[in-house]
Design a protein. Structure first.
Length: 311
């Protein structure tokens, strides 16, 4: 079987992926611009800014990938540089790392509120983002170097080693992401002091849920099933990679939609004409979704999302 066996299916998946990737680029670019120049920085907006940057990088290379794939349908032979594989790996690892950090930070702010308010270093968010970007880059460089995506040729043994290290790191991040999310969920449903549903909690929860449904299959395919499928003669299984990529594009595209949906949800009719800046600020507020509770809070509290914990 060859790739021409499923031309219509591949074409449809490629077109859908390209559409979601282009839409995601626009959405993440808006988030980047607002959080960089228009919205006051706070604990969680720094993480969201970096997450939007990772998603924008991931989608940028996906757009090029699917444009080349669509051009190849018209009997024009174009090849994609192996550097793109390195870039995908880097952006994906960085995205999962930042999302795990967001969920963990939110969990600490709820479970350990006194320590979080009084003893957390002021620039923890910026330092953690820089550390996660550096670690993601290091893992990607090591894997790309020995798997033939950068300057060296393919080295089967070392490629397996660094692929195993990267997969182990992603599994650790997944456990951390799942554990912190379950801890927040149990705190909101059980216990004497139940956690009130705030906009920040809804933003984090929806982002994590969409990643588990749409972003995780790409990582499972690339880091865990790659060595199985590369030796498989089943073309259908190999084409599942395109479906995983489509889901990953949906994941990166959905994040800006989540921010603006949560920020605009349950607004009064008189408040419908708020700007995107105000909507994004509302999505990062650690206050409940009701308009009455928000109206009673001072503006300084509304500006500093994530700095207080509401029970």
């Amino acid at each position: 079987l060859s790739e021409t066996t499923f031309p219509l299916g591949i074409l449809m998946v490629s077109l859908l992926s390209l559409a979601f990737a282009l839409g995601g680029l626009v959405g993440n670019l808006i988030v980047l611009w607002l959080l960089s120049f228009r919205v006051r920085r706070n604990t969680f907006s720094v993480y969201i800014l970096n997450l939007a940057g990772a998603d924008f990088l991931f989608l940028s290379f996906q757009v090029v990938y699917f444009l080349v794939k669509l051009v190849n349908f018209h009997s024009v032979s174009l090849s994609i540089s192996r550097f793109f594989v390195f870039a995908w790996t880097f952006a994906y690892i960085a995205s999962l790392s930042l999302l795990s950090a967001i969920s963990t930070e939110r969990c600490l702010s709820v479970l350990c509120p006194i320590w979080y308010r009084c003893h957390r270093p002021r620039h923890t968010s910026a330092m953690m983002c820089a550390l996660l970007w550096a670690l993601s880059l290091l893992l990607s460089i090591l894997e790309g170097e020995y798997c033939g995506f950068l300057f060296r040729g393919f080295d089967d043994n070392w490629c397996r080693v660094f692929d195993f290290i990267a997969a182990t790191w992603l599994i650790l991040l997944f456990v951390l992401l799942s554990g912190s999310s379950l801890a927040l969920l149990s705190r909101s449903l059980c216990g004497r002091h139940r956690l009130r549903l705030t906009r920040l909690y809804a933003t984090v929860a929806l982002t994590v849920l969409v990643f588990l449904l749409c972003g995780l299959p790409f990582g499972i395919h690339w880091f865990l099933l790659h060595w199985v499928l590369i030796r498989s003669s089943n073309t259908v299984l190999k084409h599942l990679y395109l479906v995983a990529v489509l889901l990953s594009c949906i994941n990166s595209c959905a994040n800006p939609i989540i921010y603006f949906f949560v920020g605009s949800c349950r607004q009064r009719w008189a408040q419908r004409h708020r700007t995107l800046k105000m909507v994004l600020q509302r999505a990062l507020q650690d206050v409940s979704g009701g308009d009455g509770s928000e109206a009673s809070l001072p503006q300084e509290t509304l500006e500093m999302a994530g700095s207080s914990v509401v029970f």
